[in-house]
Design a protein. Structure first.
Length: 193
């Protein structure tokens, strides 16, 4: 953590709007990306982002400077996103890709849009715990120690969840690939008639 960021946090604790604004601007992009990866929905990600900053600024006195501010903020983001997912589970449409799929960190060629959609759908199949672990570790780059601390679990639990998440993603993507292959073969067979 830089001295500037520490100064901003201390100023924000005193209620200085300019400091809050500066912290918000420094972190909003990554918080939104993480929220979007967790929820798979742009509108929910915006809600999670807003709620994350409201909670963070309301609890700044709890930040003890033992970790990076971004790590603390992402732990709040994860908890808010998981709560939102639990609340909106019944209303989410897992079959509709979002307009924000281009933000997922996969190949960016136009031909890879199907891969981004498949990856998004695969991530949607993960339960909340596996999704949070996968997003934090594989997409956000946190270590298992950091993930375990953010989620309030043991490091071994984080590793086990990530292993299960990766296995499920591989299975879902393989199934998607098989279905796409069959559809391609069926289309070619129809063209040959």
């Amino acid at each position: 953590m830089t001295l500037d960021e520490r100064h901003l946090i201390e100023s924000a604790r005193r209620g200085e709007p300019a400091a809050e604004r500066a912290l918000y601007e420094q972190h909003v992009g990554r918080v939104y990306r993480m929220a979007h990866r967790m929820t798979g929905d742009a509108a929910l990600a915006e809600d999670v982002t807003q709620d994350t900053f409201v909670r963070a600024f309301g609890r700044l006195d709890e930040f003890e400077f033992r970790s990076q501010f971004s790590t603390w903020l992402h732990a709040i983001t994860t908890n808010v996103a998981l709560n939102v997912l639990r609340t909106h589970r019944r209303t989410r449409d897992h079959e509709q890709p979002t307009e924000e799929l281009g933000r997922l960190p996969v190949a960016t060629h136009d031909g890879d849009r199907a891969l981004r959609i498949a990856l998004h759908r695969a991530i949607d199949t993960l339960n909340d715990d596996m999704r949070a672990t996968f997003v934090l570790h594989d997409l956000e780059g946190y270590t298992h120690t950091e993930v375990a601390e953010m989620l309030g679990v043991e490091e071994g639990t984080s590793k086990a969840r990530l292993s299960r998440a990766r296995a499920k993603l591989r299975a879902v993507l393989a199934d998607e690939d098989t279905r796409a292959s069959r559809a391609g073969h069926a289309g070619r067979a129809g063209d040959e008639r």
